[in-house]
Design a protein. Structure first.
Length: 168
């Protein structure tokens, strides 16, 4: 699938089948995060791949809006060292991971991490250094019904693109 198709097909999945994800696919997905844009080439990220159900269930208990991670085949916790642009860098890595998952037919959903009340609990659970900030949690798995993912309406390009300045 070409890039334009990949971007337009990506959807957030919150219901996953019981099918597991192979280590090679997970490594390839994380590798895409490693190649994200990064300010000043700092590359502040660290990634924790979680496949143990009990750990995913504990995380789901912390993350009120991410309860569905308990049913995911895997999760990825994206951490960054606190640098000037840690949040931007970590978000770029997260988006690359979401797109890579889509390229494999794997469903994904971004769960916020930075500044959330559960971030410290996730750090402790995953034995992350206190120098690391939780940027995001990503639920991964094959969608329960791949063809049933809704086509979420997007704002039309004409209504949000501006040439040279606003109001022209």
């Amino acid at each position: 699938m070409d890039f334009s198709e990949l971007v337009t097909k990506r959807r957030s999945s919150r219901v996953f089948s019981s099918r597991s994800l192979g280590k090679e696919i997970l490594e390839s997905i994380v590798n895409a995060g490693r190649f994200a844009a990064t300010a000043r080439n700092v590359q502040p990220w660290e990634f924790v791949v979680i496949t143990k159900k009990d750990t995913l269930e504990k995380i789901s208990a912390f993350a009120e809006n991410g309860r569905f991670i308990a049913s995911a085949a895997a999760g990825i916790a994206v951490f960054c060292k606190e640098t000037k642009y840690y949040l931007e860098d970590g978000c770029a890595a997260t988006e690359n991971i979401l797109l890579a998952a889509t390229s494999y037919g794997v469903g994904s959903c971004w769960i916020a991490g930075d500044k959330k009340p559960y971030a410290q609990q996730v750090n402790q659970l995953l034995h992350a250094s206190s120098e690391l900030k939780l940027i995001s949690l990503i639920a991964l798995g094959y969608p329960e019904q791949k063809d049933a993912l809704p086509q979420v309406p997007k704002r039309p390009l004409e209504g949000l693109i501006h040439w040279e300045r606003f109001g022209v």
